[in-house]
Design a protein around this ligand. Structure first.
Ligand code: GLN
Length: 491
């Protein structure tokens, strides 16, 4: 078995028993990146020097006979919207092409303190706006299961890297589905934590009331290990919640008898591939056979989630992205005639077309005279969606749905029609509007492409999601199937 296919738990044992050194492990992953990334294109920056230095520190610790923490020596990578001190952080945008942050995001610091080894920074849709990673200002990332298809987005690099065994785990960010939708497309596990559980300090903002950082991993257990390391209160993020932090790995028990699972009928609606539905119905039967109580239920305001999301997300983005003006950092145009043209030209040159589209949409929705009709209406719809979930969770511990209505689409298939692209997030955006946690995990295949199952829980019920996910994973083998790329060349 290749070392790069292993889980956090397996690698931890190999390191502690000195069967492998942290340096050998880091070198193994760097070699894997070198061999497959020219095809996958998950990485914007590979931080070889940092990785080897961090691995060396872990080896020194091992040599002193000290015990290792769960993530110590484990090679990982970060989405390129997470600030890394002294390491280029682009958000996949030309406007931040030359940006080298003077500080770390809180999650970067937490993983550093946990001893994880940083392999590099990962491609994404520019400013996390997109569902395919085709909106990157640099290049598109490919799906390891089929190089002609998208990996999903916006965390396409984070997810493709895990699926192609280029990192043990990665972090992504999820504003409307950007961890879960690509996790579904690439057959890995991705969690969008409860809003406020993981500090957003140092995450380059897209839509601040929706953004959350979360782990992308090969297994549910790995996901819990990473969440343990990154969750927790942070004084630098005023929306970060101060709660006693559980040990999420304690939720990894197989007994789910009596677990109440609701299946919202609205998530099996129009645009859904019938073969994807078949996979999900089979997953439901698996849960029933494990003793869960499964029932159809309704989230009646689901149809308003998409329009509400695209108004709120773009409104917040238009405000967040006002700071990129060429004055303080990032790209500045070469030939400004005056200060106004400096702002305008800098932004015209620096932002891609999807980002511009969203700034315009958001500015329009917030403008005097339209605010009540659009933004305020969207916020009211958001409240109805929150109530739908509150009511459902009075009756159910977990809600279950497909993560996406289809499997991964072809590169270029949806790029000329933003509306059909937006629809690939129809099952994921309501979760961000409600601020609840949701986990996507492998549930089967359609024509050789992975299908994702989404498990949703009430606020701060990540443990319940891990429990439900772990039981499913232990009783199925979808997570063990690898894209043929791992055997040296994709199909
Ligand atoms: N695809 C959605 C969008 O384009 C979600 C993106 C995200 O979660 N960052 O806004």
């Amino acid at each position: 078995m290749e070392i790069t296919t292993r889980t956090i738990g397996e690698l931890h044992e190999l390191l502690e028993s000195k069967a492998i050194s942290a340096t050998e492990l880091a070198q193994g992953f760097l070699a894997r990146i070198e061999s497959v990334d020219p095809e996958i294109k998950a990485f914007i920056t590979v931080t070889k020097k940092t990785a080897l230095e961090q691995a060396k520190a872990v080896d020194e610790k091992l040599a002193r006979g000290e015990k290792l923490g769960a993530l110590e020596g484990i090679p990982m990578a970060l989405k390129d919207n997470l600030c890394t001190e002294g390491i280029r952080t682009t958000c996949s945008s030309k406007i931040l092409d030359n940006f080298i942050p003077p500080y770390n995001a809180t999650v970067t610091d937490k993983l550093k303190d946990a001893g994880a080894v940083l392999l590099g920074k990962l491609n994404m849709d520019e400013f996390a706006m997109g569902s395919s990673t085709e909106n990157s200002g640099f290049f598109a990332t490919r799906n390891p299961w089929d190089l002609e298809r998208v990996p999903g987005g916006s965390s396409g690099g984070s997810v493709a890297a895990v699926a192609a065994d280029q990192a043990v785990f990665t972090l992504g960010s999820d504003t409307g589905g950007s961890i879960r939708q690509p996790a579904a497309f690439c057959g890995v596990v991705g969690l969008k934590p409860t809003y406020g559980l993981v500090s957003r300090y140092g995450l380059i903002a897209y839509a601040s009331s929706l953004d959350q950082i979360g782990p992308v991993t090969k297994t549910v257990a790995d996901n819990a290990w990473v969440l343990n390391a990154i969750a927790g209160h942070d004084a630098k993020d005023s929306t970060s919640v101060s709660l006693a932090k559980p040990d999420y790995t304690r939720s990894l028990t197989e007994d789910i008898r009596g677990l109440r699972i609701g299946v919202p009928q609205e998530y099996f609606g129009q645009g859904m591939d019938p073969q994807v539905e078949t996979v999900l119905r089979e997953a439901i039967r698996t849960y029933e056979s494990l003793g869960a109580i499964v029932e159809e239920c309704s989230l009646p305001h689901t149809e308003y989630a998409m329009p509400a999301y695209y108004l709120i997300a773009t409104a917040e983005a238009s405000s967040n992205l006002a700071r990129y003006d060429g004055v303080r950092y990032g790209h500045r145009t070469e030939s400004p005639e005056d200060i106004l043209s400096m702002f305008c030209k800098t932004r015209a040159e620096g932002f891609g077309s999807e980002v511009k589209r969203r700034i315009m949409l958001g500015t329009y929705a917030l403008s005097a005279g339209y605010y009540d009709a659009y933004y305020l209406k969207a916020q009211k719809a958001r409240t109805l969606i929150v109530r739908d979930f509150d009511q459902a969770f009075e009756k159910y511990d977990v809600l279950l749905s497909p993560t996406t209505p289809t499997t991964a689409f072809r590169i270029g298939e949806k790029s000329s029609d933003p509306l059909t692209m937006y629809l690939s997030d129809v099952c994921t955006v309501p979760i961000n509007l409600a601020g609840i946690p949701a986990l996507s995990m492998p549930a089967g295949f359609v024509d050789g492409l992975p299908v994702g199952m989404q498990l949703m829980g009430k606020h701060f019920a990540e443990g319940t999601l891990y429990k439900a996910g772990y039981a499913f994973e232990k009783n199925t083998s979808f997570h063990t199937v690898k894209p043929s790329l791992s055997q040296g060349g994709a199909k």
